[in-house]
Design a protein around this ligand. Structure first.
Ligand code: BGP
Length: 469
């Protein structure tokens, strides 16, 4: 039957180094932009790391990863998505020589995964640009970052070429426009940046991404290197054709990044937009050559959808970490105002596959919710997270429908498979995991791990290759 998950489907979960590792200064690590963002996207950056920044300790994954990987293996994980903290390898970001202790940590982590037959899926840059690069170079506004990033990629590709087969170049690369400091280490305040500045910085990242793909393929001919897009799915709020055009325009803000990664050049719609708005980018002929190194697959995050309209009076703005748009009267929202739309996942998968005919990978999806740890009759502690199971089940059913539609889907890594610090609000109260971590927003907690009800559910899903949802 076609409406089954493929035999070699990569089931697993995802995290990012800065949201779980902690140990923010250990073994020679330098500071990253996250170390001065105690409140995520809400609130200003601080000058120095401050005690209220929960990411400095995270869930202490740096010291507890063996215990955690064992739990993920118990669920039957085939793949584990994490990121390498660039500032562990190059503490400032612009050095020539890497920090051996940082490299050793990821050697040990990947070995631990492989011991259980879990493939690491590694994001090279997940919202954790070294702080020094932000302060000295204004992050990705500087062309120099292409060279620093290429050196970093070359280093980790060479080191882990026999351990890591799946790589992602930049997490949610299109988020640079919404969160320039967190996403691209751009230190200049957002309100001082022009569109030209942002497109130029995006261009540097796009060239760097293609260069990483080129270098990666040279060092690891069998590796699969993908881009990662913040999947902002947009519907027209009304059938007014003007709303459909509005949707098309908003869609392109996202698709632009996948277009360039998949096709190796800028599409005409954006070149015309640049002309019309007097945006003149510095694009060298060497850049154009590098951009031709296209990705092997397209990965994306999918949490919710939103609506576009020319009739704002008919709706209200939606919540969501980086998503702008209007509320859809047909869908419910999470406690954080993220609209829950499983069918939108089927639509998104089909749209991307129709457009690119490249394998797709859902590398983030999940429900951030408040969990209550309870003690069962047998004395074991757990969380009855039926709401999370329901969210994931409904999304996986739609992923399966998309496979039936003909989409080539490589895998699924739900977000925050173990509770971690959230990215947009830097809270621990907002949990995504199958594994509960006893740590709280006031910094208290034993850091003990407990299996939630969803742990056993996901184990059954993987064991049945998605038959038992
Ligand atoms: C994505 C980021 C992740 C992440 C997730 C959930 O945008 O790639 O790093 O955390 O969203 O968001 P949050 O943690 O804010 O709930």
């Amino acid at each position: 039957m076609i409406n089954q998950f493929p035999k070699d489907f990569l089931w697993g979960g995802a995290v990012a180094a800065n949201q779980c590792e902690g140990a923010y200064l250990e073994d020679g690590k330098g500071l990253s932009v996250q170390d001065v963002l105690p409140h995520g996207l809400k609130g200003e950056r601080t000058e120095q790391p401050t005690e209220d920044n929960l990411k400095l300790e995270g869930i202490d994954f740096y010291h507890r990863y063996k215990e955690d990987i064992k739990l993920l293996a118990e669920m039957g994980f085939k793949v584990f998505r994490t990121s390498i903290a660039w500032s562990r390898i190059f503490p400032q970001g612009d050095e020539n020589q890497p920090n051996e202790k940082g490299l050793q940590f990821y050697d040990d982590l990947f070995d631990e995964c492989l011991r259980y037959g879990i493939e690491p899926l590694v994001t090279l840059s997940h919202y954790e640009t070294p702080l020094y690069l932000a302060e000295q170079y204004d992050g990705w506004r500087s062309r120099k970052l292409i060279g620093f990033y290429a050196n970093y990629c070359q280093t980790v590709f060479t080191r882990y070429k026999n351990k890591v087969k799946y790589w992602l170049t930049f997490n949610e690369i299109n988020s640079l426009f919404h969160a320039p400091f967190m996403s691209a280490g751009i230190n200049t305040p957002k309100h001082e940046l022009t569109e030209q500045d942002l497109y130029q910085a995006a261009h540097h990242e796009l060239v760097a991404s293609a260069l990483a793909t080129k270098i990666g393929h040279e060092i690891m001919p069998n590796a699969k290197i993908g881009c990662m897009i913040l999947g902002i799915t947009v519907y027209p709020l009304t059938p007014d054709p003007a709303d459909v055009i509005q949707m098309m325009l908003q869609d392109r803000e996202t698709l632009l990044f996948a277009d360039i990664h998949a096709r190796g050049k800028y599409p005409t719609y954006i070149l015309n937009y640049f002309k019309a708005n007097n945006i003149v980018l510095e694009v060298t002929s060497e850049d154009e050559e590098i951009l031709k190194h296209t990705v092997d697959f397209i990965s994306f995050s999918y949490y919710s959808s939103t609506c576009a309209t020319t009739h704002p009076e008919l709706s209200e703005p939606t919540g969501g970490n980086l998503i702008k748009g209007y509320k859809n009267p047909y869908v419910k929202a999470s406690e954080w105002g993220w609209q829950i739309d499983p069918k939108g996942l089927r639509y998104t998968l089909n749209k991307l596959y129709d457009r690119y005919q490249l394998p797709l990978f859902i590398v983030e999806n999940g429900l951030g919710a408040v969990d209550e740890l309870i003690t069962q009759e047998d004395g074991e502690k757990t969380v009855e997270d039926e709401y999370r199971i329901q969210y994931l089940r409904e999304h996986l059913l739609e992923a399966r429908n998309a496979i039936h539609d003909g989409v080539e889907l490589m895998g699924y890594t739900s977000w925050g498979c173990i509770d971690i610090v959230s990215a947009s609000t830097a809270e621990l109260r907002k949990r995504y995991g199958y594994i509960y971590v006893d740590r709280h927003d006031d910094g208290s907690g034993s850091l003990e791990r407990y299996k939630k009800k969803s742990f056993y559910w996901y184990k059954g899903v993987i064991a049945s290759n998605g038959e038992c949802l």
